[in-house]
Design a binder for this molecule. Structure first.
Ligand code: SF4
Length: 490
């Protein structure tokens, strides 16, 4: 053996990262299941099931390709590598660049050498040169540059379909009397069952745990969901937990699928005429735009960015986040319950229900970030730090987003079916039946009016406060709502 190749649990692809030029004759492969990952805190067990079972399947896949693979269980990743180097003391260790600041630091200190992380479509230095030339880091500017750079949905420098962005077409509420295609179910094998037993849960058939299953999920999306993805991508309904979302982010983020192959499948479907431009653009924006932008910003903004708390939000994490029975808010109860079941909800409940609630209640950004990291199946540091600190709770003084994503009950009422079964009324901002989102939205704007009045994108909302004849009662109701949320009674 000439080298040790360390494979983090989010680099599970035999053709990318450090495995791209690996040779079974020369390379010893090491994966480490660290106790810190499994037992260090209250991780969502469905998330752990997916990550651990995928890694154990990947070990078996590499062995079939002829590699010697060591799957170490240790207190930490570095401890696992230390154990291996006792038996192979002189071998250099290489890895593709890890996906968090902390792991990069720890592995570099241990002497691991890094090669380029190619699990993204944008090398880090390319993103840095883009960001260095921006006055503000607008995702839309980055996305257009990506479309041009990658030659995706562009003709002679112009966007296919006449515009770059089909968001207006893609904001429909949930459809009525609609038949959703059945969910794709993944059958558990022996490895899955063993991991589930170790975690004390049943295998979750929503998620596959190997490359074959990931490819089946991609095909299922392209064949059965892609055409209707766009119009309903922002909708939320208790009739169907996934709508037409692809459910591909876990596989792209742990390496079982490469974003390049997802992009190719989407473009092929569009070229064949199977989907219209609005759905094609809406989905491709997520893959080549948002995902790459969020990863780029994570590295560009540095390790301390996650500590930002510009709005001085210091409320403790609300009890409803750990126990959905501690709230009567139907939208929140449904969303948190869905996360406990599958470790996943789509981007709108993440942003407009969970993050919005954390933002307008003034919940501490780091406590909320920690919760999001632990609960979601596709969460890693690079995913959650920019999405929560920058986009979700505006703790970064607008470095990423020019305005906070604060909204009252009217938005949730328009885009979901949740309000019908709720004891609160989204139209009311005062009184016992007032929707907590509606009350707290105005209270949040009022609390931060001096800050936001300087922001031209917020001035209309801030001016709206002056038209509230019942502001004193609203402020009083906000005190009651916040106290009720702290006690788990609202
Ligand atoms: Fe959520 Fe308010 Fe609607 Fe209830 S009324 S479901 S709390 S938005």
């Amino acid at each position: 053996m000439k080298r040790i190749i360390y494979i983090p649990f989010d680099h599970l692809h035999p053709k990318y990262g450090a495995l791209a030029d690996a040779d079974p004759k020369n390379d010893l492969i090491v994966l480490v299941e660290s106790a810190r990952m499994v037992t260090g805190g209250s991780w969502n067990k469905v998330r752990l099931y997916f990550l651990i079972s995928s890694a154990r399947h990947f070990k078996a896949e590499l062995e079939q390709l002829g590699f010697k693979v060591l799957y170490e269980k240790a207190a930490t990743t570095v401890d696992g590598l230390k154990a291996v180097t006792k038996d192979y003391p002189k071998l250099p260790i290489i890895s593709a660049h890890p996906s968090s600041h902390l792991q990069s630091k720890q592995l570099a200190e241990f002497g691991v050498s890094f090669i380029e992380n190619d699990f993204f479509l944008t090398p880090r230095n390319l993103f840095t040169s883009w960001a260095d030339n921006q006055k503000s880091f607008l995702m839309e500017s980055f996305y257009r540059a990506q479309r041009n750079r990658l030659g995706v949905l562009v003709e002679a420098g112009n966007p296919v379909g006449g515009k770059w962005n089909f968001d207006k077409e893609n904001r429909l509420p949930p459809p009525k009397n609609y038949k959703y295609p059945p969910y794709l179910k993944h059958k558990a094998d022996e490895i899955d069952q063993q991991v589930a037993d170790e975690l004390g849960i049943s295998p979750c058939d929503v998620w596959g745990t190997n490359r074959k299953a990931a490819k089946a999920q991609l095909k299922n999306f392209i064949d059965n969901h892609f055409a209707n993805f766009g119009p309903y991508e922002d909708a939320m309904t208790n009739e169907n937990w996934a709508l037409h979302h692809s459910l591909l982010s876990p596989y792209i983020n742990n390496g079982l699928l490469h974003p390049g192959e997802v992009l190719t499948a989407a473009l092929n479907a569009y070229k064949k005429g199977a989907v219209d431009i609005a759905s094609a653009e809406g989905f491709i924006r997520q893959v080549i735009g948002w995902r790459e932008y969020v990863n780029g910003m994570y590295w560009y903004l540095g390790a301390d960015y996650k500590k930002s708390n510009h709005l001085n939000a210091n409320r403790k994490l609300l009890p409803l986040f750990t126990d959905p029975s501690r709230t009567k808010m139907n939208c929140v109860k449904t969303t948190v319950s869905d996360i406990k079941t599958r470790a996943w909800v789509h981007h709108i409940p993440r942003l407009m229900i969970l993050s919005n609630l954390a933002l307008i209640t003034g919940t501490n950004p780091q406590q909320f970030l920690d919760w999001m990291r632990r609960e979601f199946i596709d969460a890693t540091d690079w995913v959650m730090v920019p999405n929560v600190i920058g986009m979700g709770v505006h703790a970064d003084n607008g470095k990423m987003m020019s305005k906070p994503y604060a909204a009252g009950g009217a938005y949730i009422s328009r885009m979901s079916t949740y309000c019908k079964g709720c004891e609160y009324d989204p139209k009311l901002r005062v009184g016992d039946n007032a929707c907590p989102f509606t009350t707290l939205y105005w209270d949040f704007l009022d609390r931060h009016k001096d800050e936001f009045v300087k922001n031209h994108r917020m001035s209309q909302q801030i001016n709206g406060i002056k038209r509230l004849s019942d502001l004193p009662q609203l402020k009083q109701r906000a005190v009651e709502v916040l106290s009720g949320l702290d006690k788990g009674l609202i």
